[in-house]
Design a protein around this ligand. Structure first.
Ligand SMILES: NC(=O)c1ccc[n+]([C@@H]2O[C@H](COP(=O)([O-])OP(=O)(O)OC[C@H]3O[C@@H](n4cnc5c(N)ncnc54)[C@H](OP(=O)(O)O)[C@@H]3O)[C@@H](O)[C@H]2O)c1
Length: 335
């Protein structure tokens, strides 16, 4: 089978290439073999290819066998191991997360991490059913855990991104006031059309932090959800009300946070984070509820699962460059 692989950390367009890999063995007990048809390229996938998940100071190279990206995708079941739910039969359309080596023709996935794709959900949306919506569900719970109540203001940076748009939808449904922070006037216009309930400011305006208060009509920020880090997250932390919480979930700027130490003692600032990498270890009931939320969003708000472009596996360099293009509108998928 074909598989995307890299042998050294670096710029994804340079180090990723398509290779022939051995066919996978038959699935074991509790597993299914899936012929993958669609996979999204996530910012987190590219962080991994750049070696950014290694601990600080760890300069260990990629192992001799290379590494293969991808944890999420959609496809068709080809074979099942013993003890698998009969709904996951050969021929069933499914989405999966997490399963290793998703940027390959086939994967073996634990059946408990496979979701049957409903007839009214397209394969391109099914491929995006897990990572972004589940992260949105985690962020929504983080807002609740931070003590925010209906009517409170929640700021979202990189607000045009898939995760932020899904999270804003959940917050809006629950009666929170979402304020989006983007980085260009074009992003303001695009998001305003997609999420008219959201107040939006752009960091390309020098006074963006003051404009937030105009958007909230003077109401303080209770929680800020940030995947950018650097100056954007630091400014949001400074804007938070006393007892407010910054929830970090990404590092798009690659820059550290800068927060005055006194913010913790005098303003009771809290900082935490969420990772979808911890979702598989949640209790079954919580995972089922989160999956139900993801399926509901895919059915009722398909615009949140937009596709910017699809590329074949052998166009991996063009695909990863597109995935990081500023202003792209939707997910970049590998077919
Ligand atoms: N913690 C977790 O478990 C988890 C899970 C999923 C995703 N994430 C993180 O969430 C973030 C967004 O992911 P996504 O899938 O929603 O991405 P996406 O749909 O590709 O959108 C990326 C968004 O980030 C904006 N952006 C990119 N670089 C930026 C920068 N340097 N400064 C400010 N804004 C920037 C883009 O703005 P433009 O529209 O202007 O280009 C775009 O709106 C990423 O950092 C990703 O790693 C974390």
């Amino acid at each position: 089978m074909r598989s995307i692989i890299y042998h050294q950390y670096g710029e994804p367009a340079e180090v990723l290439h398509l290779t022939e890999a051995p066919e996978l063995p038959p699935p074991s007990q509790g597993e299914v073999l899936i012929r993958v048809t669609h996979r999204p390229i996530h910012p987190g996938d590219l962080l991994g290819v750049r070696g950014r998940y290694r601990a600080p100071g760890n300069t260990a190279p990629v192992g001799v066998d290379g590494a293969r990206p991808g944890f999420e995708g959609a496809g068709v079941i080809e074979a099942v191991g013993a003890g698998v739910d009969p709904a996951l039969a050969p021929g069933a359309r499914v989405a999966f997360f997490p399963a290793r080596w998703a940027w390959s023709d086939k994967v073996i996935a634990p059946a408990r991490f496979v979701t049957v794709t409903p007839d009214d959900v397209a394969d391109a949306a099914a491929a995006q059913l897990h990572v972004a919506p589940l992260t949105a569900a985690l962020l929504f719970r983080a807002v609740q855990d931070a003590g925010a109540r209906r009517g409170d203001v929640v700021a979202l940076s990189a607000a045009g991104g898939a995760v932020a748009r899904l999270t804003a939808q959940l917050l809006h449904e629950a009666g929170y006031r979402a304020v989006g922070v983007v980085r260009s006037a074009a992003a303001v216009a695009a998001l305003q059309e997609q999420a008219p309930y959201m107040g939006i400011v752009s960091t390309d305006q020098a006074d963006w932090s003051k404009r937030i208060y105009a958007v909230t009509q003077g109401m303080p920020l209770r929680v800020a959800l940030d995947p950018v880090g650097g100056a954007v997250a630091s400014t949001l932390a400074a804007l938070l009300d006393g007892g407010g919480t910054l929830v970090s979930y990404g590092d798009l700027s690659g820059q550290p946070l800068s927060v005055p130490a006194l913010a913790f003692s005098t303003r009771d600032l809290r900082i935490g984070g969420v990772s979808v990498g911890r979702w598989p270890a949640l209790p079954d009931a919580q995972r089922d509820a989160d999956r139900a939320t993801a399926l509901r969003l895919a059915r009722t708000a398909p615009a949140l699962f937009r596709v910017a472009a699809e590329y074949p596996l052998d166009a991996i360099a063009a695909a990863v460059l597109h995935a990081e293009q500023p202003g792209k509108d939707g997910a970049v998928l590998l077919r």
